[in-house]
Design a binder for this molecule. Structure first.
Ligand code: NAD
Length: 502
C-alpha cells in the first residue's frame, strides 16, 4: 500500500512481487467513475536490469525442463484461470471499462492460448530425414531463444499478455512482460495465477512503465525477441529500435477494418453483426469494424442500422444490460469527440450523434455513445485515422469490385468481413482481398490458436504472428543437424574436398 491507502501494482522479479523504488507513478483509473483503483510504478533501469538478469539466470535450467513438466504447468494454469474467471473479469471491467460479459470473453480468448500452450509437445517437434546421404541423417531441433519480452496494449489486458508469455515459456524461453500502464491489474492477477500453477522463479518477470521501459526492453542486450501489440506509431518505433539492436521482433499494430455488405446478405443477421462489431467494447478492438461499405441496394439499410445502434445501452460495464461501456481515458474521450467533429467539418453526414450521452449514475465516466458518419471518403481524417471509439464510418460502392478496391487501397490489413449469401461472391472476396484475416458472415474473424493471428500490410511488422503455429517458430531457433556415425571397424574413407555428402 502507498501512504494514501491506494494499493500499488507490484513488479515481479525472480519470483517475488516487489514494491518499486521509483519516484514516478501513475494512477490506474476506473473509466466509468474516475475512481483511482491503484498506482502503477514506472520501473527504474536497475529494476528492469534485475528482471532481465533473473530471466537470463532462470533460462539456464528452464530450457532443459522436460516437455511434460512444462505442459503440466499450463494444464494447471488453464484450470486456475477457469476457476477465477469471474474475479478476473470483474478486475478487468473496473480498470478497462468493457462489460462483464465482454471481459470474460477477453479472458477466455487468452485461456484458449493457455490450453494450446499445454500441447507444446505436439507443437515443438523437429523434422528428420533418414539417409540424406549414405549413413547420414538430417534432423532439426526447435530450441528456445533465451529471454523474450512482451509489450501489451490497454484494450485486451487479459488476452494479449496470454498471447505472449504462455507460448514463449512453454517453448522453453523465459519472459519479461511490460503490460499497459493504463490497466495492469488483471494482467497481474493472471501473473499471480501463473506462479500458482508452477511457473518457477525468474521464468516470468513483470516490469511496469511507459516509453522508457519500452525503450529499455528494445535496447537490452540480453533480450533476444520482442513481441509487441499496440498502435502503429509505437509498434513501428519498437520494430525499428529492437531490430536495430539485433532482436527478433513481431509487432501487431493499428487497424481500420472494413466490412462489405452485399444486397443479397441476410439483413437482420448482418445488421446485428455490424452493430456488435462496430460498437462492442466501445469500438476499442483492433478487430472492430469501424467502416462498412454498403454495396448497391444495401445502402437503403442505413436508417435501420442507425435505429439499432441508437437502441444500445451506454453505461458502466458492471451494469446489467450495458452494450457500450466507457472509453479508456478522458484523453481518449476528448480525442474521439474531436474526431467526430472533424468528420462533420470535413463533410461527412452525422447520421447518429453519440457525443455527451446522459448516463444515469455515472456523470463522470468517459462515455461516448454509438455514432454513425455517412458519406465518408478516403482523405477525411475519420477515414484515414484509427478512431478507436464507437464511431462507424459508412461508405457506398456500386459493386463488389469497387468495394474491394477501396479496402485494398487502405494501408491497413488487420481484418475484414463480407456479408453475402453467395458462395461465389464470398470466394471472389477471399481470393482478391489483400487483408490478413477475413470473415465470411463473421464480423470479427480472430483465429483460434490452432491458427495464428495473421494481420497483414500496415497492421503488422515482422513475418510471424502471435500464438498458434507461427509463434512456435518466432520463439525458437531451428537448429539443423546432419549426422553420420562411424562403426569402429569401418574403413577410413578417402579425404573428400568437395561439399557433396556421399
Ligand atoms: P499504445 O501503442 O499506445 O501502447 C502499447 C504499449 O506501448 C503500451 O504498453 C504502452 O506503455 C507502450 N507505449 C505507449 N506509448 C509509447 C511510446 N511513445 N514509446 C514506447 N512505448 C509506448 O497502444 P494502446 O493505446 O494501448 O492500444 C491500442 C492500439 O493497439 C490500437 O492502435 C489497436 O489497434 C492496437 N491493437 C492492435 C492489435 C493487433 O493485434 N493488431 C491488438 C490490440 C490492439
Amino acid at each position: 500500500m502507498s501512504n494514501n491507502n491506494i494499493p500499488t501494482v507490484k513488479l515481479l522479479i525472480n519470483g517475488e512481487f516487489i514494491e518499486s523504488k521509483t519516484d514516478q507513478w501513475r494512477d490506474v483509473v476506473n473509466p466509468a467513475t474516475q475512481e483511482v483503483l491503484a498506482r502503477v510504478p514506472f520501473a527504474t533501469q536497475d529494476e528492469i536490469d534485475a528482471a532481465v538478469a533473473s530471466a537470463k539466470e532462470a533460462f539456464k535450467t528452464w530450457r532443459k525442463t522436460p516437455i511434460g513438466a512444462r505442459a503440466r504447468i499450463f494444464l494447471k494454469y488453464q484450470q486456475l484461470i477457469r476457476e477465477n474467471i469471474k474475479e478476473l473479469a470483474a478486475i478487468l471491467t473496473a480498470e478497462q471499462g468493457k462489460t462483464l460479459a465482454d471481459a470474460e470473453g477477453d479472458v477466455f480468448r487468452g485461456l484458449e492460448v493457455v490450453e494450446h500452450a499445454s500441447a507444446v509437445g505436439n507443437l515443438q517437434l523437429g523434422e528428420l530425414a533418414n539417409n540424406v546421404a549414405g549413413g547420414v541423417d538430417t534432423y532439426t531441433l526447435l530450441q528456445p531463444l533465451g529471454v523474450c519480452a512482451g509489450i501489451t496494449p490497454f484494450n485486451f489486458p487479459a488476452m494479449i499478455p496470454l498471447w505472449m508469455f504462455p507460448m514463449a515459456i512453454a517453448t522453453g524461453n523465459t519472459f519479461v512482460l511490460k503490460p499497459s500502464e493504463q490497466d495492469p491489474m488483471v494482467t497481474m492477477r493472471l501473473v499471480e495465477l501463473a506462479l500458482e500453477a508452477g511457473i518457477p522463479a525468474g521464468v516470468l518477470n513483470v516490469i511496469h512503465g511507459g516509453v522508457d521501459a519500452v525503450n529499455a526492453v528494445c535496447d537490452h542486450p540480453d533480450i533476444k525477441a520482442v513481441s509487441f501489440v499496440g498502435s502503429t506509431h509505437v509498434g513501428t518505433h519498437v520494430y525499428n529500435r529492437a531490430s536495430q539492436a539485433g532482436k527478433r521482433v513481431q509487432c501487431m499494430m493499428g487497424a481500420k477494418n472494413h466490412a462489405i455488405v452485399m444486397p443479397d446478405a441476410n439483413k437482420e443477421q448482418t445488421l446485428n453483426n455490424l452493430i456488435g462489431a462496430a460498437f462492442g467494447a466501445a469500438g476499442q478492438r483492433c478487430m472492430a469494424l469501424p467502416v462498412i461499405i454498403l454495396v448497391g441496394e444495401s445502402r437503403n439499410w442505413l436508417p435501420e442500422l442507425a435505429r439499432k445502434a441508437e437502441a444500445l445501452k451506454v453505461s458502466a460495464g458492471i451494469e446489467a444490460g450495458t452494450d457500450v461501456g466507457p472509453v479508456i481515458s478522458t484523453s481518449a474521450l476528448e480525442r474521439v469527440n474531436g474526431l467526430i467533429q472533424k468528420g462533420i467539418d470535413e463533410g461527412a453526414e452525422l447520421v447518429l450523434d453519440g457525443r455527451n450521452p446522459e448516463v444515469a449514475g455515472y456523470a463522470d465516466g468517459n462515455f461516448v455513445g454509438p455514432t454513425i458518419l455517412a458519406g465518408v471518403k478516403p482523405g477525411m481524417t475519420v477515414y484515414d485515422e484509427e478512431i478507436f471509439g464507437p464511431v462507424l464510418c459508412v461508405m457506398q460502392a456500386d459493386n463488389l469490385d469497387e468495394a474491394i478496391d477501396i479496402i485494398n487501397a487502405n494501408p491497413n490489413g488487420n481484418g475484414t468481413a463480407i456479408f453475402t449469401r453467395s458462395g461465389g461472391i464470398a470466394r471472389r472476396f477471399q481470393e482478391d482481398i489483400d487483408v490478413g484475416q477475413v470473415g465470411i458472415n463473421v464480423p470479427i474473424p480472430v483465429p483460434v490458436p490452432l491458427f495464428s493471428f495473421s494481420g497483414s500490410r500496415g497492421s503488422k511488422l515482422g513475418d510471424l504472428g502471435p500464438y498458434g503455429k507461427q509463434v512456435i517458430l518466432f520463439y525458437t531457433q531451428t537448429k539443423t543437424i546432419t549426422a553420420r556415425w562411424f562403426d569402429d571397424d569401418e574403413q577410413a574413407a578417402a579425404v573428400n574436398t568437395t561439399i557433396t555428402l556421399k
